[in-house]
Design a protein around this ligand. Structure first.
Ligand code: ADP
Ligand code: MG
Length: 240
């Protein structure tokens, strides 16, 4: 579904991604781990061109989306993204947060979009919050709403950048549970996280990044059970 070929990204003279090669298959859950500053967020943001790559290319469903002529807006509709900081619109209700993009970009009627939103809200146990404003919700609720908002576009892939890092510990589980259910339903997902238990349980493949490259990749059993690279071993010894 996604293929990154020799992906490079520099900010000025600072080369942050130094040639990333990987493929994400339909239905696959890929978890990206690695130390702070290793380029995980930049990699994720390059996948939907929130950052413009400075070298290499990305194919999405066979199309070179890094080509300057490619209409990235249409492609972004198929790539849902969830951030650490929720990014909900504060002056809109939960329902309006969720229905905005489907009505504006997909041309759904408000009634159709409401129906879709309500069914998604029900699936994450928040149907009673549809008329609430973001400030009235807990962090865990806000993040579940952010996930629902992305899902309302019926994306082909979901990108998550540390979705639980800003949450109080007791709210991490409710968000991970939603993600786990999505994975079980077959959603293609790329997830940057420090939740190693989740990575091990839900990931089909683990990418360990350090210094702008993928140092090691494999199944959770391979990477967590028997890391080959010294940098992976060092990182895991600190976080596990
Ligand atoms: P990670 O998500 O693994 O912590 P990032 O991808 O956020 O790492 O950052 C990797 C490096 O890229 C860091 O050194 C960071 O300072 C730099 N960087 C990220 N975004 C920008 C930006 N918009 N402008 C300049 N430098 C950036
Ligand atoms: Mg990051």
């Amino acid at each position: 579904m996604i293929s990154a070929k020799n992906l490079q990204k520099s900010f000025g003279k600072n080369q942050v991604l130094k040639g990333i090669d990987t493929e994400i298959k339909q239905g696959e859950v890929v978890v990206v781990i690695g130390p702070s500053g290793s380029g995980k967020s930049t990699f994720l943001r390059c996948l939907n061109r929130l950052e413009e790559v400075t070298g290499g290319e990305i194919l999405f469903e066979g199309k070179p989306i890094t080509d300057k002529k490619h209409n990235i807006d249409k492609t972004r509709e198929k790539m849902g993204m969830v951030f650490q900081q929720f990014n909900l619109f504060p002056h809109k209700t939960v329902l309006d947060n969720i229905t905005l993009a489907p009505t504006k970009l997909l041309g759904l009627s408000k009634a159709e979009a409401d129906k879709r939103a309500e069914s998604l809200l029900q699936s994450v146990g928040l149907e009673d919050k549809k008329n609430a404003y973001p400030a009235q919700l807990s962090g865990g609720q806000k993040q579940r709403i952010a996930i629902v908002r992305a899902l309302a576009m019926q994306p082909h892939v979901m990108l998550f950048d540390e979705p639980t890092s800003a949450l109080d510990p007791e709210m991490v589980g409710e968000v991970l549970d939603v993600m786990k259910k999505l994975a079980e339903d077959g959603m293609t997902m790329v997830i940057v996280t420090h939740e190693m238990g989740f990575a091990r349980e839900v990931g089909d493949r683990i990418l360990f990044m350090d210094g702008g490259v993928i140092v090691e990749e494999g199944t959770p059993e391979e990477v967590f059970g028997a890391p080959k690279n010294a940098r992976t071993q060092d990182f895991l010894s600190k976080v596990l």
